[in-house]
Design a protein. Structure first.
Length: 171
């Protein structure tokens, strides 16, 4: 195995934003970086990542996260988007005509639901299927993880802190 691909995978895993900015990632690397950034965003809001890139008989699940009795099967979609001048003094805005969620077709959604149901049967915990979008500017300097508001961990508040366990606990 060549050293270069190994170093690129390591760089992507340890510093995905730097990787996006400097390494000119291909399509697969862009997706992996998006998954890493989504996982970090979920960890920061109190979720625990139980699995990444889990293969089931029905397809692959990008992320499997949980907090207490809630479990999520997360599909991550990452896309390079152009920046446009922002409204009302904002420095920039995303050109959302080609947002990542548009690439999630009906067949893929059904496949993900079957995969989530399979994980539910295996783990004994109910799962919710959700989508996280990762926007990356063409030059890689701007990155945004767009997740539904319901992805905040249960009972999460700014006055809480992470004990390093399952979820956030009161101080």
């Amino acid at each position: 195995m060549s050293l270069r691909p190994t170093l690129r995978r390591l760089w992507l895993a340890l510093a995905p934003r730097s990787f996006l900015r400097r390494a000119s990632p291909d399509r697969e690397e862009l997706g992996r970086a998006g998954e890493e950034l989504a996982a970090r965003a979920l960890l920061a809001t109190g979720w625990r990542v139980d699995g990444r890139r889990i293969r089931t008989p029905h397809g692959e699940v990008d992320l499997w996260v949980r907090c207490r009795d809630r479990s999520l099967v997360v599909e991550v979609k990452t896309r390079r988007l152009s920046l446009v001048p922002g409204a009302k003094g904002a420095p920039y805005a995303w050109d959302l005509r080609w947002r990542p969620a548009r690439s999630l077709g009906e067949r893929q959604r059904q496949r993900l639901e079957r995969a989530a149901h399979h994980l539910e049967r295996c783990s004994g915990r109910p799962h919710t299927l959700t989508l996280v979008e990762v926007f990356v500017s063409r030059d890689g300097r701007h990155v945004q993880v767009q997740a539904p508001e319901r992805l905040r961990a249960p009972e999460y508040d700014r006055d809480w802190e992470s004990p390093g366990g399952d979820c956030w606990q009161p101080r």
